[in-house]
Write a protein that binds this ligand. Structure first.
Ligand code: KG4
Ligand code: ZN
Length: 333
């Protein structure tokens, strides 16, 4: 079956054609129109501008996804669209476009949870990956552990009580003078500093909880930066980047080890924009190796927001019997 995926939850407009059948998972096209250059002018995503930019891009991007796949719309067996969570004005563009396209052409439609989409990116990249698995989503808006007992049967078992990990990376990068979104630049800068230069509070909450808190780490790092600035010395940006990144990676590794111990799972999927972080990837590899678990990571090209992951998650939702009708609506949560 060919699935047309559509994604517009934040600052990327994306349309993809994916083929899913039995064990086969194949991306034919995955077109992404990024708005990052526009939002970088403001240091973060401006929701009103995001909504307008999605409207301008979505028809063209969808046409390109179909044309580059060499398929007419009549070959599409399912339309899958991100319905939640995200920026409401941005989500509404994709949802209304998908509803018009699907219902006018008598194609089944499913609304997809963006977070489940991120985990499905790993399924697209690894045909041998099957449930049950332990999932960890690390994105700009979410940080949470899931148990996946089947392709469409996910249960959240822990996560951040405040900020998301990507949000913390972006904030610290911004204060260190890097353009939005600063996650990738901070990742690189961290290699040039001393990871033990500063002691910062761990985002892994104490005790048996599977929860994180990134706000304390964020505030402590900001206070450190302001303190260094007040001393009038050149800012040790590389050391701060290295210490902050080490603290994040160690905190995630600690909770991942605990989650593996508590759930007994031997298959792990880590996905989402911040799963592109090389320090976190290396720390997770170490934890999984020590626990005798197999780690599946999407390639960097599928970590960020894209519609192929939405198509894949939509396919499994469809197989489990989900169908959207004309009442499908977008939701920010
Ligand atoms: O999943 P995503 O594309 O969008 C959301 O659903 O939120 O995640 C975007 C986030 C941004 O905060 C970005 O800075 C972060 O992922 N990110 C990274 C890296 N690459 C992207 N964070 C840390 N290290 C990276 N290499
Ligand atoms: Zn995302």
């Amino acid at each position: 079956m060919y699935i047309l995926g559509l994604e517009s939850s934040c600052d990327e407009t994306s349309a993809a054609v994916v083929e899913m059948e039995g064990g086969r998972r194949r991306i034919l096209t995955n077109i992404i129109a990024s708005q990052i250059d526009i939002h970088a002018l403001y240091g973060g995503v401006v929701p009103e501008i995001a909504g307008r930019a999605h409207i301008e891009a979505i028809t063209r991007i969808t046409r390109r996804a179909l044309d580059s796949a060499g398929l007419p719309l009549s070959d599409i067996g399912l339309v899958a669209v991100t319905a939640h969570p995200g920026l409401i004005g941005a989500l509404l563009v994709g949802v209304n476009f998908a509803k018009s396209l699907a219902f006018a052409n008598h194609i089944p439609l499913v609304g997809v949870d963006h977070i489940r989409g991120h985990l499905a990116a790993a399924l697209l990249a690894h045909e041998d990956l099957t449930p049950p698995y332990l999932g960890l989503v690390l994105s700009g808006g979410h940080t949470a552990f899931y148990t996946a007992d089947d392709y469409a049967d996910l249960c959240e078992i822990g996560g951040t009580r405040d900020d998301a990990v990507g949000e913390a990376f972006d904030k610290i990068a911004r204060v260190l003078g890097m353009p939005y979104p600063g996650g990738t630049a901070l990742d690189k800068l961290a290699y040039t500093g001393d990871p033990n230069a500063f002691a910062l509070p761990s985002p892994a909450l104490g005790g048996d909880t599977l929860d994180f808190s990134f706000s304390g780490l964020k505030t402590a790092t900001l206070n450190l930066i302001h303190h260094e600035e007040q001393l009038g010395r050149p800012l040790p940006a590389a050391d701060i980047a290295a210490a902050f990144t080490r603290t994040v990676a160690d905190g995630i590794a600690k909770k991942l080890a605990l989650t593996l111990e508590m759930t007994g799972r031997k298959t792990v999927v880590i996905a989402g924009g911040a799963a592109a972080n090389s320090h976190i990837r290396a720390a997770a590899e170490r934890v999984c190796r020590a626990a005798g678990a197999t780690l599946y990571l999407p390639p960097l090209s599928l970590c960020g927001d894209n519609a192929a992951m939405i198509a894949a998650a939509g396919y499994y939702a469809y197989l489990s019997g989900e169908r959207a009708d004309t009442a499908l609506n977008a939701s920010p949560v």
